[in-house]
Design a binder for this molecule. Structure first.
Ligand code: OKS
Ligand code: ZN
Length: 364
């Protein structure tokens, strides 16, 4: 049985992005979540709402930031919190404006340590790797609310919070998503790595635990890979479009460092691949996760593998998500599982795709 978590504050974030050399409203929009909620409400699934960011929740925020700091640098988190106001105070934007980077960090031969620039305008580029991670007035509220869902879901599954006995799966309707954020840089609509936060939350009570992460968003989760690349107790498995965004990571020869060698598994698939080709990779990835025998499983779930997605290019249809989730559930049954929403941009099909995924999970 599963429980679904969401937070109305996650709807507040609405920014712009550079796409095809045009500045447009970001495809990662509140309407995505609204479409999923609408479908869920007209179905039989339980919706547990968590209201967050009220003053009484100070302890919760402190705890959340403490766990986030395990994998995110404090100055980066401060930047996320303050940069909009800083730009506003400096007259760089108006209240309805967006913080976007101009100049990014790049490799040099000087050997000088990287330091955030003093100029607040320049700083935006130090803490981002692309122009798909704008920050507007309410972004931080939504970022924290989204991350909190990952943490709340983990608390329930780990037994740190109350949960009805028969529930072993929590689906966190996160937005903004998380898998591109590496702990000191936003990018690809991601600001806090929700999966990494879930791992830290789980570890607060089970320090020796092994965690499996299955990333089935169309895009490679470069941030999640980066954060756990040298961690032998986290197995990261990703199926994603070959040579697609974020372009510089996701190759099969990225396998982990040191004693974590073998705990990073990239399964790139050619653009336009069929569901049959996809399921072959999925079966392989599932088997690796079964062999790893994790105490806790995280699924980074993106619906941008959908055939008509503007940012993804696999031949995957609504009914296929049922197969994807059923086989995954079947292979890994008995392991507490946190499902985190990542991408997916065909708004009028997102609800149906989510329902298909949930149906498969419940029958797996
Ligand atoms: C251009 C679009 C960048 C693609 C971002 C991909 C986001 C995503 N501005 N990641 O999983 O869905
Ligand atoms: Zn994606």
């Amino acid at each position: 049985m599963l429980v679904i978590l969401w937070d109305p504050d996650t709807l507040l974030h609405q920014t712009v992005e550079l796409l095809g050399s045009k500045l447009i409203p970001a495809l990662e929009s509140p309407e995505r979540l609204e479409a999923i909620l609408k479908a869920l409400r007209s179905s039989k699934y339980e919706l547990r709402t968590i209201e967050f960011a009220s003053p009484q929740d100070d302890r919760r925020i402190t705890r959340l930031l403490e766990f986030t700091s395990a994998t995110h640098s404090p100055d980066y988190l401060q930047h996320l919190r303050d940069i909009f106001q800083t730009w506003l105070d400096a007259g760089l934007i108006k209240q309805d404006g967006h913080v976007l980077p101009e100049c990014f960090v790049y490799p040099t031969t000087t050997g000088k340590p990287l330091r955030p620039p003093k100029d607040p305008f320049a700083r935006a580029g130090y803490y981002a790797f692309d122009m798909s991670s704008g920050i507007m007035s309410d972004s931080y509220k939504a970022i924290v609310a989204s991350a909190n869902l990952a943490s709340e879901g983990t608390d329930m599954l780990a037994g740190f919070a109350n949960l009805p006995n028969d529930i072993d799966t929590a689906v966190a309707l996160c937005r903004p998503p998380g898998h591109h954020c590496d702990g000191q840089r936003a990018g690809g609509y991601c600001y806090i790595n929700n999966a990494a936060l879930a791992v830290s939350t789980w570890r607060s009570g089970h320090p020796e635990a092994k965690v499996g992460i299955l990333d089935i968003d169309f895009h490679h989760g470069n941030g999640t890979q980066e954060i756990f690349y040298a961690d032998p107790r986290v197995l990261y498995v990703s199926i994603h479009g070959e040579d697609e965004f974020p372009y510089y990571t996701g190759a099969a020869d990225e396998t982990g460092n040191g004693d974590a060698e073998g705990t990073n598994i990239n399964l790139p698939l050619k653009v336009g691949s069929s569901i049959e080709e996809y399921l072959e990779k999925l079966d392989y990835g599932q088997q690796k996760l079964v062999d790893f025998n994790p105490d806790f499983l995280i699924i980074s779930l993106g619906f941008d593998t959908f055939h008509s997605d503007p940012l993804g290019h696999f031949q995957i249809h609504t009914e296929d998500y049922e197969i994807i989730s059923r086989t995954t559930r079947h292979a890994l049954k008995g392991i507490p599982t946190l499902v985190l929403l990542e991408g997916g941009y065909v708004i009028d099909q997102l609800g149906a795709n989510m329902l298909s995924f949930l149906k498969g999970w419940n029958s797996g």
